[in-house]
Design a protein around this ligand. Sequence first.
Ligand code: CO
Length: 296
Amino acid sequence: MGPTPEELPRWREAARIASRARELGVRLVVPGARRRDVADAVEAYVRGAGAAPAFPANLSRNDEAAHYTPSPDDTAVFEVGDVVKVDVGAHLDGAIADTADTVEVGGGRRHENLIRAARDGLRAGIARVRPGVPVEELSRAIAEAIRARGLKPIVDLTGHSIEPYLLHAGKSIPNVPGRGGGETLREGEVVAIEPFATNGLGSIRNGPFGNILRFRRDPGPRDPVLERLYGRFRTLPFATRWADAPDERDALRRARGLLQAYPVFVERAGGLVAQAEHTVLVGPNGAEVLTAPPGA
Ligand code: CO
């Protein structure tokens, strides 16, 4: 179930914060900027606004589609021509917003068609949102918009419904038709729509570790450092940057079996990937785009 009417103001506020954090990230991704500094700044903005990151700031580049966040020791910088996905989440007491956009570093226009394909897909999907509409209709509109620019939607990454404290709730919003479970949208539901466009094969494989972890369960009181970390993150995804003290690094190494480690999703043929994402509320007459740009 989506939020109750009483909870909606909190969801709108979480989304406003996520939207501003996304815009900040987009502005900071410039040639020579350190990836780690950008991720830290985006997350600091979310915390400073009174929310918490719903997941680490994802700054996946080029053929990385998703799930890359800088490591604590990352000294890499953005380079001219990099295609960077700024994917940001904020939550306020379990009210979650998830939003992304893609930047070509340095402001060139070599990858404009790719970036526009993802945004077109997002716009086309949002335009179909209405209570009772089959999810398949959104998927078809997304895929057609991306293919109209001569590019491919990534078939194995999907949008998702969002529920209190649950970023990926029960419903998937595939970016191509024929992949869903025949569901329809319901009024009052919150969904993240996130098309990915590529000039590669249109599917992903698991790449190396992306510096994002999650506790599978409560580690219990035996290890005080782990207990403290679990108290902070519970079962939400967190960045290795957030548990960077020497005793915390050691504790996480000891606790491998308790932790889920997220791999980076990499385009299968090494194609470039662009992503665009908004969190929307299924309103009585259509989508309310909760993460719309400030002032839109
Ligand atoms: Co999402």
